[in-house]
Design a protein around this ligand. Structure first.
Ligand SMILES: [Zn+2]
Length: 92
């Protein structure tokens, strides 16, 4: 299965405080809730995508305030353009 979420950018190691790895920035597909990253063994990450409220200003300036991040591999996901942000009790 090919990865349906296009890669937007890659942040160099250290661009996000506390994460000494290259961090990918990808675009979510509609209703996407799990990470589609593959690890070195081509195993699907499938970590949950959570709203990232504590993103550094340098990241929100470049990619916008509404960001999601995989809780396992820290890949950053941008919102799907045709999807409204979740609010209230159904948010994640
Ligand atoms: Zn992941």
């Amino acid at each position: 299965m090919s990865d349906p979420s296009p890669l937007i950018a890659e942040l160099p190691a250290g661009a996000i405080p506390g994460i000494a790895l290259v961090v990918k920035v990808k675009r979510r597909t509609a209703r996407m809730r799990a990470c589609s990253e593959m690890d070195a063994k081509a195993k699907l990450c499938a970590g949950h995508l959570k709203r990232w409220f504590t993103a550094p200003v340098a990241v929100t300036t470049e990619f916008g305030a509404e960001l999601y991040r995989c809780e396992k591999c820290h890949t950053i996901y941008l919102p799907h353009p045709e999807e409204q942000p979740r609010t209230g009790t159904l948010s994640w």
